[in-house]
Design a protein around this ligand. Structure first.
Ligand code: ADP
Ligand code: MG
Length: 648
């Protein structure tokens, strides 16, 4: 517990101290220029925290954020000029409108990934700035919009007052976003970045979370826009174009993704950038620091063999160009776009974790900050319900079909899985095993036939909906949330634990629940032998451990029916033996299991019944020992397996 307090005081202490320091500045410094920069820092801080939600947490390239800043700014400006509203109303309307527009943009852009999503946001941004520019009767177009700064509740705000207002809002955004992103919401955002399929399969709606995350990030852009309007008191459409967008992305990446401090550092960089570019000496010093950092990072990466030579050298070359440029070029302003390009390139290649990602590692080591201590695991009985192994039909497939064009992957399968059984599904490669379970679990809709659970039709073609009916699964090709820790992977999937409503989460009142969830997740990690790996990132685990983690995560759904699609594929012998033990443990808890498996000895050892598929049809079914002797099975499948085993 001592470690927890130390961590709490250091981390929270740094936040409070930083904020207090910033708040105290106007008492000592009256220089309007410095105060202007600090005000801008607070505004850009809010803006970048919003951008980090989509870029860092959702992992999407969002090129629409500058447009949301503009929409927020014009909304706030027009609220006071045209509607005659006050500043508080303007500062509510601006984020509200951006929340709605962000949500509307995310809805169609939802199924898009990577470049397509980036293009969708880029089009939106072009559309928004064009409308602001051309709708002259409302926005005064290129001529610009004068915005007064109305008094709040009769009090006129001078420069320090307005700065404090911005700072207070930054603190509010900081606190609520910290709470949100540390909760199940933040985990869901990250999960859907790493595997949308698994996020749905774990009963966490990808759809809903992606839209909400994007709308939320955009609304922070709108809030920053509102403050921007009252700060500059003059708006022009061309302030919110593509160039600003590149700078904002540079800020987030440079500061460090998935980090509030990173957003703050990025904001500081953006605020200082114009001064940097207009002052030649400052720029030379900055480039020299950049080059030194690049050389240092390259040396470190090469020594530790974490980077390839070209990857290490590229930022050095880019920064070298910057230093050379700073000595040769008379007017750096003219070269700004090239300078941004070089900086962005260097950061993306050389410092993917950003300044704060790097600093966080350093500070953690320097102050010996231990990660938060974990609670004792809950008892397994309290986490998993006891399902009665009645032997009654649990899952029934009736003439199930799934065709892909001309390929009859599943071609009229009828079978019954009984409660409490381990039901084996075997057959040669391409016989339709994965397709069958993909249809059952909702990844694919059936082309024909029915899937019944407890005699009632399961939802079709939706992983998310099927997950709500007590069916959980693993994937033949692992679908872990790679950047999340093992325990967080399990916590994403945990069912019936999280009840604290969003407003209380934002206020930071979900600690007790989070701790209960951790205890439950640890019990499941313990079950698969990964308790001491709870904090390791999923992608850093060994292959075998990753397979086991997927089982623990599926169990967090408290499933009545667990589908394991070739859990032993690629496992070396000790892991394969461990897997058999794990499956037996899960079976003993009363969970019904569909097991797709190639090794006949594993099948014989575990399964009550085996169904053999070939060419999308059932060719045999029965107890493993009977099926093994079936001539059709030997011809279609086992002959090949025996050959394979001989060869191996
Ligand atoms: P198994 O898991 O038994 O090895 P699969 O169910 O993966 O077999 O595949 C059965 C057949 O369906 C194969 O011929 C495969 O190429 C085809 N198939 C599977 N998924 C798809 C898909 N998404 N699109 C097109 N064909 C597919
Ligand atoms: Mg398969």
């Amino acid at each position: 517990m001592k470690g927890n307090w130390k961590r709490f005081f250091l981390v929270r202490g740094a936040e409070v101290a930083g904020l207090a320091l910033l708040a105290a500045v106007p008492l000592a410094v009256t220089n309007p220029f410095a105060l202007g920069l600090l005000t801008l820092l607070a505004i850009y801080g809010i803006l970048l925290i919003g951008l980090d939600v989509t870029v860092g947490y959702l992992g999407q390239v969002n090129l629409g954020h500058a447009a949301f800043l503009g929409i927020g700014a014009y909304t706030a400006g027009l609220t006071v000029t045209t509607l005659g509203g006050g500043m508080p109303i303007a500062l509510v309307l601006a984020p509200a409108l951006c929340f709605i527009l962000g949500g509307l943009l995310a809805l169609p852009a939802l199924r898009l990934e990577g470049p397509q999503f980036a293009l969708a946001t880029l089009s939106f941004s072009a559309l928004a700035t064009t409308i602001i520019n051309e709708w002259e009767s409302l926005t005064q177009g290129a001529q610009g919009l004068q915005v007064p700064r109305p008094p709040i509740f009769g009090v006129a705000l001078d420069a320090p007052d307005f700065y404090w207002l911005c700072l207070a809002l930054l603190a509010l955004v900081w606190m609520t976003m910290r709470n949100l992103l540390a909760s199940r919401w933040g985990r869901a955002f990250e999960a859907l970045r790493d595997s949308p399929i698994a996020t749905d399969a774990m009963g966490v709606g990808t759809y809903r979370h992606k839209v909400i995350a994007f709308a939320l990030g955009s609304s922070l852009g709108g809030l920053a826009g509102g403050l921007y309007a009252f700060n500059f008191q003059y708006l022009q459409p061309q302030s919110f174009t593509y160039e600003l967008m590149v700078i904002l992305l540079l800020g987030v990446v440079l500061g460090g993704r998935k980090s509030l401090w990173g957003a703050f550092v990025g904001a500081a960089f953006i605020v200082l950038l114009p001064n940097l570019l207009s002052n030649r000496l400052l720029f030379q010093i900055f480039s020299a620091i950049g080059l030194t950092a690049a050389v240092f990072a390259a040396g470190r990466g090469l020594a530790k063999k974490t980077t390839q030579p070209f990857q290490a050298l590229a930022p050095v070359v880019a920064m070298g160009l910057l230093v050379g440029g700073s000595l040769l070029v008379a007017n750096t302003e003219d070269w700004r776009k090239a300078i941004f390009a070089l900086m962005l390139f260097s950061v993306v290649v050389g410092l993917p974790e950003g300044i704060m990602g790097f600093a966080a590692q350093l500070l953690t080591r320097l102050f010996r900050i231990a990660p938060p201590s974990l609670p004792a695991p809950a008892s397994l009985e309290s986490v998993l319900p006891a399902w009665p192994a009645t032997g009654e039909p649990l899952l029934e497939l009736k003439h199930l079909k799934r065709h892909f064009g001309g390929v009859h992957a599943v071609d009229g399968i009828s079978l019954t899985v009984r409660a409490g059984h381990v039901h084996g599904l075997i057959g040669p490669n391409g016989s339709g095993k994965s397709t069958a379970v993909n249809v059952i679990s909702g990844l694919y809709a059936p082309s024909g036939g029915e899937v019944l659970l407890h005699g009632k039709a399961l939802p079709e073609g939706s992983l998310f909906k099927v997950a709500g009916h007590g069916v959980a699964r693993t994937f033949q090709n692992l679908q872990l949330f790679g950047e999340l820790s093992a325990i967080d992977n399990v916590m994403v999937a945990l069912k019936d634990v999280f009840r604290v409503p969003l407003p209380l989460i934002l206020l930071g009142l979900a600690d007790a629940e989070e701790q209960r969830a951790r205890a439950a997740a640890l019990a499941l990690l313990d079950l698969v032998g990964l308790r001491d790996k709870a904090r390791a990132r999923a992608k850093d685990l060994t292959y075998g451990a990753q397979r086991f983690l997927e089982i623990a995560r599926a169990l967090a759904r408290k499933p009545e029916l667990l589908i394991l699609d070739e859990p032993a594929a690629g496992l070396a012998h000790p892991d394969a033996a461990e897997l058999v033990k794990i499956i037996r443990r899960v079976h003993d808890l009363g969970v019904t299991i569909i097991l797709i498996e190639h090794h006949m000895d594993v099948v014989s050892e575990l399964c009550d019944v085996v169904t053999v598929l070939d060419g999308g049809k059932i060719i045999a079914e029965g107890p493993p020992d009977t099926v093994k002797r079936n001539p059709k099975v030997i011809e279609a499948y086992l002959g090949a397996v025996v050959e394979e085993e001989k060869a191996a």
